[in-house]
Design a protein around this ligand. Structure first.
Ligand code: PAF
Length: 281
């Protein structure tokens, strides 16, 4: 299995395929891989001649240094998991210096307002960090197709906007959320929950599904109130936000229009911040 830590070596290796006009599928990750990541890899592996996965905990997208410190780094175990999909997958696992050349700072992006909503307003600077690293990675890998999970739906829309604005010829593929049997959206952060907390966290998706049912006949205000009330009876959760927004602009909506809507939630359970979302149409 090929593992590159150095971008020049990876670029040189991939250039041989580019000359053959092979398609490159790319799955950017921060490691601590779970079945959700593996499903992205499987899709990429089926749809492209070559698949590259990056494993890089990107410091500039963390607005909380404690969160960055605690983020699991499990490269050896990740490589074993990747092999279960295929050992032909190419791994790129650079250091912070390799990616940032001693200047660990974000560039500033305009994503036409997508960056100010929800995660953007609750995690200042987060999407500048994501935009910075995704652009750097795209410039190195130059993928044909890049795969992102819908759990981070706002990130997915922002990456589509990044590609549109920079004119990079990359097809961004959004993939459905992978869930545990109890409905909990798969996330590397779930590793910080005890089994008991994971059971409790099933309440998040259960409530989102109830919100989807209510959305058919009730106003946005009533659906939001329903979700806030439901969580207020479960004091183990601390609500960060629940919003209903159109998928295209992500601006929290007050009235229903002829658009595709999603419900977006961020809650703390035992100091672990969990996000999820659901299509409401
Ligand atoms: O979704 C993630 O894991 C990260 O935000 C990404 C896209 C790999 C950028 O660091």
């Amino acid at each position: 299995m090929l593992i590159f830590n150095n971008k020049a070596d990876l670029i040189s290796h991939l250039s041989t395929y580019k000359n053959n006009k092979s398609t490159i599928g790319f799955v950017p990750t921060m490691g601590a891989l779970h079945k959700g990541h593996l499903s992205l890899l499987e899709k990429s592996f089926q749809e492209n001649i070559i698949t590259v996965i990056s494993i890089f905990v990107n410091p500039t997208q963390f607005n909380n240094q404690e969160d960055l410190k605690k983020y699991p780094r499990t490269l050896e175990a990740d490589v074993e998991k990747i092999k279960t999909v295929s050992d032909a997958i190419i791994v790129f696992a650079p250091s912070v210096d390799e990616m940032y050349d001693g200047n660990t700072e974000s560039a500033h992006f305009s994503f036409d307002g997508l960056e100010y909503q929800m995660e953007g307003s609750h995690r200042p600077g987060h999407f500048d960090g994501v935009g910075t690293i995704v652009k750097k990675l795209f410039e190195i890998v130059k993928p044909t197709n890049a795969y992102f999970g819908e759990k981070d739906f706002q990130q997915l829309q922002i990456v589509k906007k990044l590609v549109q604005k920079t004119g990079m010829p990359i097809n961004i593929v959004g993939c459905p959320i992978s869930r545990e049997e109890n409905g909990l959206a798969m996330s590397s952060r779930n590793g910080r929950l005890t089994d008991e907390e994971k059971n409790k966290a099933a309440f998040i998706y259960k409530t989102l599904k109830e919100a989807r049912e209510k959305f058919v006949n009730e106003s946005i205000e009533a659906v939001k109130k329903y979700v806030y009330d439901a969580f207020s009876t479960h004091p183990e959760f601390k609500m960060d936000y629940f919003e209903i927004a159109a998928e295209d602009d992500l601006v929290p909506a007050n009235t229903k229009d002829n658009k595709e809507y999603r419900g977006f939630i961020a809650v703390f359970l035992s100091n672990v911040r969990l996000i999820d979302n659901i299509s409401l149409n």
